[in-house]
Design a protein around this ligand. Sequence first.
Ligand code: GAP
Length: 511
Amino acid sequence: MAQDDKLKKVIGHAKEYGFVFPSSEIYDGLSAAYDYGQLGVELKNNIKNYWWTAMVKMHENIVGLDASIFMHPTTWKASGHVDAFNDPLIDNKDSKKRYRADVLIEEHVGKIEAKIMKDVTKAKKRFGDAFDEKQFRETNPNVLRRQTQIDDINARFKTAMDNEDLAGVKQLIEDLEIADPETGSRNWTDVRQFNLMFKTELGAVSGDSGVIYLRPETAQGIFVNFLNVQKTGRMKIPFGIAQIGKAFRNEIIARQFIFRMREFEQMEMQFFIKPGTQGEWYDYWKNQRIKWHQKLGIGEDFYRFHDHIKLAHYADAACDIEFNFPMGFKELEGIHSRTDFDLKSHEEHSGKKLQYFDPEENKNYVPYVIETSIGLDRMFLAVLSSSFNEEKLEDGNERTVLNIPPALAPVKAAVLPLVKKDGLPEKAREILRDLQFDFNCQYDEKDAIGRRYRRQDAIGTPYCITVDHDTLEDNMVTIRERDGMTQDRVAIADVHKIIAERVSLRKLLGE
Ligand code: GAP
């Protein structure tokens, strides 16, 4: 399936089955704002729970926080967001379309990378098992030439951005002959910086003194509470503070469904460490986070690391975990070595000490920080898009199925009486009552059983429990599994235990 088609199908499916709706749809929607429907909210909660369990519950030295969205405006001066949280934007004079200059350049680089990958794939096919990709990349003249092109572009872009040389960025776009992706026009305006923070006013105060911001990241709520948590929780370094919450950015171009929105949710963790140990902790968290993703079983090929070339104002090392979305590989999560930039800056701006007394070293210091930051909505799109499949079955029929990892599935089990008479509905409801306290379940007695299975496949329900006439005699039911469509006859007394085992986070995270 072509990638664009897949995204369109996922968006259509998400709407049809109550996962994601356009915001305020009755007024024709609001650009890049979405509402999570009855199944979407379940999937979202399950992703949050998977993250919170792995990060907070399973780490003795990580605790949670829920800070407010509004913060004192000086917070954003100290964090650098007032001065430096900008995107370089460029307009096309003919099409009047606006683009992020850095994204245009990245996409150009992506096209060169795709050519390299094409050569690699071809060579892999030709040489089979004997193929050594590293050696090929280091010696093949075409690949070397293209890699040099990429390195030159990246170096020029980095230098221009580091020197705030926006004319240099425009020159690079012109030299690379980058055209408006929609119209092909190369008639560009100058590049300008655009601050991404949403401003509003506090209470009745108007004018500059009343300006406050909607937080553009949740992280600052953690930094300003660093000492509160450390002291009241008697935390010892190294320790982490984790938070899930909304963030807001006035994105220039917000598109690709829930991938880039102006209101979104982040799951962030700041890990406070001894200065000088950031290298090892950065590697540690890279490793932990990629494992967290891979444990879902979506497939290792879906993930790759991407090191940042242009580091954010606070970082001494940073990378993304990229996911193979229907639009190709894109950032899903960031891992940043944030040094002591934020805490030091908050010390300077607030006049309050934000230091840790290290009993082992017998001295005070401002801790360094490693941050892991993942967008909940992007994780939602990653799970939804990778699990969306249209299958041709052996009997010639087709089905649309969401192969969502069972632990994340919005509905864990559907209880289905074979017919809606003869006491089967009553028996089915008995089973439902036993399950619904622990699992989100559905009851469905309408239509033929095959159609009911298809409905559950389409929303990703991993298990269907069918009650038939024999059930009334032998107290056994059929459990039908979504992916393999296998059916097992089991005792009603065992159903709860079976479902619990198969959908448990313990199984996922413990392994
Ligand atoms: N505290 C660090 C920070 O905010 P970031 O790389 O700007 O770093 C972290 O954002 C994550 O938040 C990204 O990896 C992405 O998953 C998510 N994210 C960022 N902007 C987003 C947007 N406009 N819409 C949806 N998710 C977004």
